[in-house]
Design a protein around this ligand. Sequence first.
Ligand code: HEC
Ligand code: HEC
Ligand code: HEC
Length: 150
Amino acid sequence: MGRTWLVILLAIALVVVALGWLNTSRSRQELARRLQEAKEQAAEKPAEAPAALTDPAPGGCNDCHTKKAPDKDYTLQAEAARVKGHPKTNANTVKECIVCHGDRSSKPFKKVLHTAHLRGQVFPKKWDTNCIACHKMRQDGSIGVKALDM
Ligand code: HEC
Ligand code: HEC
Ligand code: HEC
């Protein structure tokens, strides 16, 4: 009688161990399947290029500086008009502005504009410290400003 019980108990223990093993191998398979799925999804959707690496304004200044609405005039002319004490001007392109904002002026664009954009309220949030929004490489490898000297 005692031996029969022992055999029965052993059989039960074996079944329990076998079920446990089946279960872990199933969840291992499940894990592998999910990992594979995640990998495939990652391959399908390449990460978006950071704002600093895409060109938001192939034409330069005037691509961004437009009149968006009657009360949202961001044209270069309007930007200048908003500066306190700014002389009246019809200038509306960087080529026309730079006449007074060149290298040797008191407010050179190469200083004023970097500060205004790269440390602005809006620009860094949307375009990080994007240089190619305004700059472009010439054929010879040197860097110029779009719509200005190239
Ligand atoms: C006729 C010359 C002239 C032209 C053209 C001109 N500016 Fe100016 N700009 C000035 C002068 C002078 C100041 C300094 C005003 C002051 O501080 O009293 C100035 C100041 C500025 C400032 C403020 C800079 C700072 O940090 O204080 C900005 C911004 C500016 N100009 C943008 C422009 C833009 C954009 C254009 C083209 C649409 C333009 N300017 C065209 C003469 C000019
Ligand atoms: C990618 C869009 C973009 C481009 C390209 C761009 N700007 Fe701007 N600009 C802005 C934004 C946004 C602001 C507001 C600044 C902020 O708060 O970040 C601004 C501000 C300005 C101001 C006002 C600064 C002040 O202190 O009053 C001037 C002037 C200006 N830009 C001139 C230019 C000129 C000239 C160029 C070309 C050489 C240019 N911008 C190119 C987006 C742009
Ligand atoms: C909003 C437009 C704008 C952005 C953004 C911008 N630049 Fe400029 N940058 C200019 C302009 C305009 C000039 C002056 C060109 C001139 O005077 O002929 C200039 C001039 C320069 C110069 C020449 C300075 C010198 O002392 O001769 C360098 C270098 C430069 N930029 C580097 C950068 C780098 C690096 C970035 C990005 C981190 C950047 N710029 C972003 C508009 C911009």
